[in-house]
Each structure stands twice: as C-alpha cells, then as structure tokens.
Write a protein that binds this ligand. Structure first.
Ligand SMILES: [Zn+2]
Length: 583
C-alpha cells in the first residue's frame, strides 16, 4: 500500500517538475524516492492519495476467465494470486512462452531449479493430461551484461553469447530438461522488434527522445500498469534521459560508442530487454498466449512490461492468460536467492560432479514449484535416499516376480486397491496446481505397502505367489517417474560403457557365478564317518569351504564402491546398479 501511495506523491512531484527542467529533476527525484523507500517513510499528505488518481486505484481491468477448453487443472495464476481453472484457447493445445537465459556467464543451480521445475510442469501437462504444449523460449543474446562482459574479455558480444548459449543448452541436456519447441534468439528478430516498437508508437503508447531512445509511455495506459505487486523503485530503469515518467521503460536504446548496434528509424541502437519477449511471443502466438512462465524475480518489472507492451500493441485487454512463477532457490541458512551478483552460486557443472540429474529432479519434485526452496547437502541426501528406496523396491518386486525371493502369502486384493487409490491420488494432486510433493508422497506410500507385503522367508512354505499386482505396481511407478523425467533404473549409466547393456550382462554373469559358488560353500556338511573327523558340526558349511564364502563376501564389498550392490537372500542373490557416488 505504501508503494502505491508513494507513487501518487511521486507522480505529483514529477508532474510539477516537468514544467521546469524535467530531465535533471526527474533523476534527482529518483534519488529522493529511493531514500523514501529505504527509510520506509510514508508521506501523510492525505489529500494526495485519496482523490481520484490513475496511480492509486489498482489495475483498471481485472483478469477475465478465458474462453476455451477447461482442462480440469487448476493453476496458481500470478495475475490473480490464486488458483484458477486452466482454460486453453484451443482444445488440447497450450501456447507457452518462457523467458530464457541471458547468455553471458555460466548458468547456476538457481536457474537449473526454475528450468527443471517448468520442464516437470510441461511433462505433466503433455504426458498426464494429454495437452500438446508449444513452448517458445527466447535466448537473450544481446544485453548490457553481454556487452560489458565481452568488452572485459575482449571478444565480440556475438562470440561470447554463442559460447554461453551452447553451454546453457548442454547444461539443460545434462539436467534432462526437454528442449523447447523452438529457441529464438533476440539478434535474429531485430526487424520484427523494430516493427513491434513502431506499432506501439503508432498506437500512441511510446515515444522517441532526441537522444535516440524509445520509451514506453506508462501514463498512456492509465491505471492498467501494475498487474504484479511487489514493485520496488530500484527495479525501475533510471534511463538515459528524456523520460516523461520514471516508470517509463526503454523499448529501444541508442547505442554508445563501441557498442553493437542496429540501424533503426530512431538511429543506431539495440532493443530494450522487455520488448524482445513481447515481440517474439507475439510473432508465434499472435495476440493471445495461454501460459507465460519464469522465475518470480521476473514478475516485476519484466513481465509487467511485457504485458503493457503486448496489450498496447495488440490493443487487447488480456494478452497472457496465466503467469506461472517459480520460487527462488536459496542456499540453506541464507535468506538471499542464489545469484551471480551475490556470488553465492553453484554452477550446474559443479553440481553434477556430486549429484545426478535424477537426484536434482527429485529434489525439485519435493517442493511446490512456486515456493522458495532451500538447497543443502541434507536436502540432496533426502532426494537421493528416496530414489534409492524406489529402486530397491523395484528390484525386490522383480526378484519376487522371478521367483528368486520367497515371501509370505500376499494380500492381492489390498495391493490392487492400493494401486488404484494411488493412481487417483496422483492424478488429483497433479491437477491441483502440479502438486508434485503430494504425488511423490502417494507413490512412496504405495511402495511402503508393497514392501510390507514382501515379507521374506527363508524356506518355501507352500503359499501361492502373487506376481501380477507387483508387476502392475512396478510398471506404474516406472511410468510415473518416466513422465517426470526420472530414470530410476539408472539406464543412463550404461551410456558410459561402449555397448549398451554390457555392464548389466557382465554383472549378471558375475553374480550368477558367485551364487553358484556360495550355494556350494553353504551346502550343509554330510554326516559320514570320514568327515566327522574335521570337527564340523553336521548342518554347518564345511571348514575347508569357509574361504570360498569369505571370497564371495569380499567380492560383494569390493563391488559396492562401483555402485554394484549385491544382496544375498538365502542361497539366492539379487543385484542392482546405482550411480557411482563421487566424493
Ligand atoms: Zn521475458
């Protein structure tokens, strides 16, 4: 509320000043304003903000429910700050635009978290709800940060951007983030951007300055600006000058000497940051967009300005219907988000030295995508251990199905019921704003019940086996994880071996050989006049075969560090391969 009120004060101050020497004075007031906000001073000039004022009344038009197909899902829409039914303009198809990376440096885990979370949402939309998602992502390959870094590193902005774009794509691939339908680069859309800016000027919502900048004219849209709250004055661009209002933002920036530039009707320059997204999204999807996503830090001013530009250009009331924002990733114990400027980041490459993409994905699934999430080794250990529990259950269930694991009689009816209940709970959770923690919880509960039914016994007791429900459960869990992008059986591991499946076959043969040796070593001592002499009690392994058992144990232990886990179950042994754990 203070912000809005202060805006009224500022508007009047700035308005009064414009009569005088506008440019310098606006800058001064920007400074004063910053001081006001920092000190939380509220001017108590009541008359200033109680009268009818375009800045004080909130957005003129509230969100309207789009016409189209109700998907049955509910999503948290940042435009209304509540869950809304997800209605798509075209049946079975979603248009989705996301702000991609500014390619001037390595991507860090905070970025990874946002991209993985939205990848999960898109996979759920397409694989669980059968919605065809067209996802466009922009690569910001020209920007102040790119120019500064390229000047510092003494390479061209184009080369720098190419290097980091390639690295970003490799990082995303390593994290198993599906590529968008199309990546679009800003520098390949300059004519479209210039045409879009011209359109906004022609519609009376932008103006060019003598210096060759073009600014969006906030006042021209009345009180429609401000769809997202949480504005901070620091977020407003100070501008190069010639702004009519401090909130006005650049659509086109005149280039300084030695900076890359493009010719335009306003002179040599380059696009402002926000205009690229409006132009590129509109060039693919026209005047209506179903879903727009990005990190919560992009809501203001970036998305606010994208909306203003698109609605001004298309002369429409509602360009983007749903804005989905992901919460920040914090290092545990820190209240700050992970960011390059704060130098508290972990690069994706470094992270993947210690943990797998699947483990990170599980970490992301354990929180709601909008919530802020704490990152630490402990939270990663939880994710790792959940994956290990799932993998262990699948192996046990498979061993039971193969007849290698003897178990007590299983309550089949209860298992089938559990499976049906789990499917329903998962579907319900995912339709409720992609509640992945609740869905994971339902699946872990199914695994718990499955494990409870697998009560291992050492001798066959004649009870019937119930392979079918376990088969159905294993198949469901694999599908569920596959939808989310997790390969629980670690098949990716085998890519490092020349021939796919080679490692698996070698381990299978090794374990089979070991099992034979063990069963011979464990064969009970026969009672004969000759062997009673060595003192081994009847029913125990022969003393001369004990070294064989030791050798079998040593092999089991020695394979552990390589991620090959052998479990002895009576005379049978089962095995699984997990990712090699690095220090
Ligand atoms: Zn954007």
């Amino acid at each position: 509320m203070h912000l809005r009120r202060t805006w009224c004060v500022v508007r009047d101050m700035v308005g009064g000043l414009r009569a005088g020497c506008a440019r310098l004075q606006v800058k001064k007031f920007g400074t004063i304003l910053n001081g006001l906000f920092k000190n939380q001073v509220t001017l108590k000039t009541k008359s200033l903000y109680t009268r009818s004022d375009p800045f004080c009344c909130g957005p003129e038009k509230s969100w309207s429910k789009p016409a189209g197909q109700d998907t049955g899902l509910k999503v948290f829409n940042s435009l209304t700050k509540r869950k809304e039914p997800l209605i798509l303009a075209k049946e079975g198809a979603a248009s989705w635009y996301s702000c991609g990376p500014t390619v001037y440096d390595h991507a860090h885990l905070g970025h990874a978290c946002s991209y993985v979370r939205f990848d999960i949402l898109q996979r759920i939309l397409s694989r669980v709800f059968g919605i065809n998602v067209t996802h466009i992502m922009v690569i910001t390959d020209i920007d102040d940060k790119i120019i500064q870094r390229s000047q510092k590193d003494n390479i061209s902005a184009t080369a720098l951007a190419k290097i980091y774009e390639e690295e970003f794509k490799n990082d995303m691939s390593a994290l198993k983030v599906l590529p968008p339908t199309l990546y679009m680069r800003v520098t390949e859309n300059i004519p479209q951007i210039i045409a879009f800016i011209k359109g906004i000027i022609n519609n009376g919502h932008a103006y060019a300055t003598h210096e060759g900048h073009v600014y969006f004219d906030i006042r021209s849209i009345g009180n429609r600006y401000g769809k997202f709250t949480g504005m901070s004055v620091a977020a407003y661009e100070q501008g190069e000058g010639g702004k009519r209002d401090i909130r006005d933002f650049a659509l086109w920036k005149a280039s300084k000497p030695l900076e890359p530039y493009w010719e335009s009707p306003w002179g040599r320059g380059r696009p402002g940051w926000h205009i690229e997204c409006s132009t590129i999204a509109s060039s693919v999807f026209g005047d209506q967009l179903d879903i727009h996503s990005g990190g919560i830090d992009l809501a203001f001013p970036h998305h606010e300005n994208e909306i203003a530009q698109c609605e001004a250009y298309h002369k429409c009331d509602q360009w983007g219907n749903y804005f989905l924002h992901s919460g920040h990733l914090h290092l545990r114990g820190s209240t700050e988000k992970m960011s390059k400027s704060l130098k508290n980041y972990i690069t994706i490459k470094d992270f993947l030295q210690s943990y797998s993409a699947d483990e990170f994905r599980m970490f992301c699934l354990l929180s709601r995508y909008q919530s802020a999430v704490d990152y630490s080794d402990t939270s990663m250990a939880i994710a790792r251990s959940l994956l290990q529990s799932i993998s262990a259950f699948i192996h046990d269930a498979e061993s039971y199905m193969k007849g290698q694991l003897l178990c007590q009689a299983v309550d089949e009816v209860a298992l089938w019921q559990r499976l049906a209940d789990t499917k329903a709970s998962v579907q319900k959770a995912l339709a409720d704003d992609f509640d992945t923690p609740r869905a994971i919880d339902a699946v872990m509960s199914l695994i718990h019940h499955g494990n409870c039914q697998l009560q291992v016994i050492s001798k066959a007791n004649g009870s019937s086996r119930s392979a079918a429900p376990f088969g159905a459960i294993v198949s469901y869990i694999r599908d569920f994880l596959d939808v989310l992008g997790i390969d629980v059986m670690g098949k990716k591991l085998l890519h490092s071996v020349d021939s796919p499946g080679l490692l698996e076959n070698v381990v299978e043969e090794l374990v089979r050989f070991r099992s034979e040796v063990r069963s011979i070593a464990l064969a009970p001592q026969e009672v004969t006049p000759s062997n009673t002499k060595d003192g081994t009690p009847p029913g125990q392994p022969r003393r001369d075969r004990v070294p064989l058992l030791r050798a079998c144990d040593a092999l089991r232990k020695n394979l552990e560090p390589f991620g090959v886990h052998i479990k002895d179950r009576g005379t049978h042994s089962t095995w699984e391969i997990s990712r090699k754990q690095k220090e």
